[in-house]
Design a protein around this ligand. Sequence first.
Ligand SMILES: Cc1cc2nc3c(=O)[nH]c(=O)nc-3n(C[C@H](O)[C@H](O)[C@H](O)COP(=O)(O)OP(=O)(O)OC[C@H]3O[C@@H](n4cnc5c(N)ncnc54)[C@H](O)[C@@H]3O)c2cc1C
Length: 346
Amino acid sequence: MQTENLIVGLGIAGLNLCHQLEKAGKSFIVIDSCPTNSASLIAGGIYNPVVFKRKLKSWNADDLIPALVEAYSEIDARLNITSLHHQFPILKPITSVDDLGQWQRVIQEERLSPYVESIEMGSPEGPFKEGIIANTTVQNGGFLRIGKTLLAYREYLKTKGLLVREEFDYAALKITDSGEEYGDVKADRVIFSEGRFISENPYFSWVPFKPTKGQILTVKTDGSLTPDRIYNHQFLLFPTEQNDVFKLGATYEWDKLDEIPTSASTKELLSKAEKVLNVKFEVLEEKAAIRPMRLWDRRPVICVHPDHKSLFLFNRNGYERRDDSALFRKSNWSISSTVIGNLTRR
Ligand SMILES: Cc1cc2nc3c(=O)[nH]c(=O)nc-3n(C[C@H](O)[C@H](O)[C@H](O)COP(=O)(O)OP(=O)(O)OC[C@H]3O[C@@H](n4cnc5c(N)ncnc54)[C@H](O)[C@@H]3O)c2cc1C
């Protein structure tokens, strides 16, 4: 079997890559172990053009939000599903005078325009506890029902005969001058989109990721929350497709990296939500997975292998800029969102 691109890993990164390749008329085959749990399968899928902690626009938000909306609208149409919920307001309660002053300053200086334009004094409508002195709402954000998209996309690729369900065997990859051979597949290039498993990849394990465990809950509420917004206050709470059922996430843990939900994380999430909301929550489901990310930003990692020019890394997650290992310096990689364009044009 001959293909231009052999992609290893079908999380949200691999899926986007497939979509762009298909649009560009490029051939590809995907190998994925099709797990029942992964970062992409359980993620909240929320995209926020504002970094609340620093009150800055998210990296390249002005370019990336329209690109994201275009891509996921196309994917929804292709799969005949509704997964993208764009223009879904993100509500941010403000609880301290200091914080209020900072918000007022950035809004006055139009630093977050057009995403945050004003502040409303007092508590927002809804079951909020006392102590909220003001609130603001981010526009142009939203969420993707990412697990739904991924499962539907797996089926889409299966019916096209483009998905091989197996664990990729690195030892079976033959790198030749004219391309790559893997079993009966001959490919011009191999692109690894393996999420956290990239640290086990012999070609790219030197790229320094910081795996982080995250837990998310599915909760039934008492009916007092309106499902028309994302609630954000050291937690994210947003509606599912069932009445009064919401997702509540997510934790960040760096020590015990497994996919087992813990009661401590459940307690942490509930107590954060109950601190500001007068809502009774019943936990219906707990899920945990590992996201590879870097600590001080969450940018994608895209690079070509320094010694094998037909091996690529394409991950949703971040890299460690301060790493100075020889391979890292030699890799001449880029994190630009235009790299995906370059890949699809090759
Ligand atoms: C609880 C939680 C909540 C989150 N919420 C958000 C959010 O609201 N917004 C946001 O932007 N991000 C969120 N994230 C982060 C987000 O989930 C990840 O950044 C993203 O899903 C990573 O996607 P990926 O495709 O790089 O990796 P993954 O989702 O890990 O996918 C990698 C795929 O490759 C396969 N694979 C790997 N190696 C091999 C191999 N050798 N052979 C075969 N298959 C292989 C894996 O089985 C998997 O299917 C959240 C994460 C968690 C855990």
